[in-house]
Design a protein around this ligand. Structure first.
Ligand code: ATP
Ligand code: MG
Length: 515
């Protein structure tokens, strides 16, 4: 008898429906899996055989063929165990075929029949909803994650025996009740409250602007000035994610298998700070079976590269395309995969190898040649993509020993939140924005069309930009980036128009060393 069970494969971040067809026929007892399976899928046959026997069912002593269709998509991982086992139970007439209509199955089996965690349950549930499949059977531990998708009946499965009893109508399993979690969020982990960081007011302001509009930022300064501390405190002032942004980020973490057990939904913007020894594939994504890299794990959050010149040149150049496109396409023999990579790029560096170039009190011991070689490790095109260049000088003793605390992160975050809200409202309905294909969430996301629509300058502003462009030798990209930055500064000030002071602040964040 032929059985057909619906399951799902993942290609990048998107799910694709897979039909698991199981046929039994007379012949030598065996189980063969066809349809481009990888090694883990092939090993399914052993797990399925033991799980069925150990769950109190009969494993048919026939020739069993399993076909995973469509055959041109590569099937990876052990997630097909559960649909294959259900297919075998139907083909051997231990479960009625009607029981699996309108349902999708996913799960790994252990030899005793218990069902284990699989990666990527969220995108799989999203696919089921898109395709109008009303019911999804998932491992019980993954049910909270799947239940984030509306209008789906999520059936949590602990054990194959329990699933079979449910399908036979003997003992029904109750669907998982969705639970988004508490409405008020605890703060994300961060190094220090901005109030604790002494001095560096202009750097804090730059980070506030960066957080408000999602702009890239590079901090340069001598050792111990507080660059790493400032960057690691950034999560305390980032705006909260909308539910859609949360779902996007959760999908990436779900596929990477990095979703913690107790948090089905990622609620805080990610903050990723990989070490400079990271490989090219580790940063942008890749590998034999492509995994999202750090730039995708930082989606909707921050990618912080400390000691920027220590990163490999090829590794850094890999950032150029995703910094513009806000996604990464990885070409493989089997086709191209796309992962989202819309992140805020934050970096820190010393101005020279010894670290003290330009420091008023500590002499620099580097030769001009070694300084220039050090700075050249970061290419012009990469620097051109960074909107905010800010110097972090040493803090003077007076400020460091003073008891007075600075402005707390909470107050800064409130301003950032208001500015971000204004941006979202503008992109959702604003006059003059010709409805972008995908709704933008912050000023840094704007393309040329939106810049033209919402970044209008008056006569004084126009001549200021013109003068700055000539003096700093700026590129067309720099021009657009200045306009976007000025828009964010105006949003922080609660101004509908971009005034000259907003523009002037944006221009002074451009590097003096023209790219
Ligand atoms: N502005 C500051 N206010 C309070 N503490 C500070 C400040 N700057 C530095 N510190 C203290 O100095 C320590 C070192 O600072 P941090 O690691 O951020 O320096 P850095 O600029 O990253 O230096 P390097 O260039 O060597 O990496 C911090 O952990 C903190 O204890
Ligand atoms: Mg540091």
């Amino acid at each position: 008898m032929l059985a057909k069970v619906t399951s799902c494969a993942l290609e990048g971040l998107e799910g694709v429906l897979v039909d698991v067809e199981v046929d039994t026929s007379r012949g030598m007892p065996s189980l063969v899996i066809v349809g481009l399976p990888d090694a883990a899928v092939k090993e399914s046959s052993e797990r399925v055989r033991s799980a069925i026997k150990n769950s109190g069912f009969v494993f048919p002593g026939k020739r069993i063929t399993v076909n995973l269709a469509p055959a041109d998509i590569r099937k990876a991982g052990p997630a097909y165990d559960l649909p294959i086992a259900v297919g075998v139970l139907i083909a051997s007439e231990q479960v009625w075929p009607q029981a699996v209509e309108g349902a999708l199955f996913i799960g790994e089996l252990s030899l005793d029949g218990s069902v284990r965690h699989v990666n990527g349950v969220l995108p799989i549930a999203a696919l089921a909803q898109q395709q109008g499949i009303p019911r999804v059977f998932v491992p019980a531990c993954d049910a909270p994650e799947a239940a984030l998708i509306d209008e789906l009946e999520i059936i949590p499965i602990e054990h194959l025996a329990g699933l079979a009893a449910h399908l036979q109508g003997l003992r029904k399993i109750a669907p998982h009740a969705p639970d988004i979690g508490p409405a008020s969020l605890p703060l994300p982990p961060y190094a220090a409250d901005f109030a604790e960081i002494k001095g560096q007011e202009h750097v804090k302001r730059a980070l506030e602007v960066a957080a408000a509009g999602g702009h890239n930022c590079l901090m340069a300064g001598p050792p111990g000035a507080g660059k790493t501390l400032l960057a690691r405190s950034l999560p305390s002032i980032l705006p909260t994610m909308t539910i859609n942004e949360s779902l996007e980020v959760t999908k990436v973490y779900s596929i990477a298998g990095l979703l913690p057990d107790d948090t089905p939904l990622v609620r805080h913007r990610p903050f990723r700070a990989p070490h400079h020894s990271i490989s090219h594939a580790g940063l942008v994504g890749g590998g034999n079976w492509p995994r999202p890299g750090e730039i995708s794990l930082a989606h909707r959050g921050v990618l912080f590269l400390d000691e920027l010149p220590e990163f490999g040149t090829r590794t850094l150049e890999g950032l150029r395309q995703p910094l513009e496109d806000r996604k990464i396409s990885i070409a493989r023999a089997a086709g191209t995969l796309t992962f989202p990579a819309n992140f805020m790029f934050v970096a820190a560096m010393n101005p020279c190898p010894c670290g003290y170039y330009g420091d008023p009190t500590h002499g620099c011991t580097c030769s001009m040649q070694s300084i220039s070689r050090y700075q050249k490790r970061i290419s012009g095109p990469l620097l051109d993509r960074i909107d905010i260049h800010v110097e972090v000088p040493r803090v003077d003793v007076e400020k460091l020993t003073a008891d007075r605390l600075g402005e707390p992160s909470e107050a800064i975050r409130a301003r950032v939140e208001t500015a971000r809200e204004a941006q979202r409202a503008r992109f959702a309905s604003g006059p003059g924005v010709p409805g972008p294909a995908t709704p933008l969430s912050c000023n840094a996301d704007m393309g040329p069309t939106e810049v033209r629509a919402v970044c209008n300058l008056d006569e004084a502003g126009r001549s200021l930009v013109k003068a700055a462009m000539q003096q700093l030798g700026m590129s067309a990209r720099a021009f657009h980036r200045i306009l976007k930055l000025a828009r964010t500064i105006a949003d922080l000030a609660g101004s509908e128009r971009i005034e000259t002071p907003h523009l002037a602040e944006a221009i002074q964040y451009r590097p003096r060393r023209a790219a």
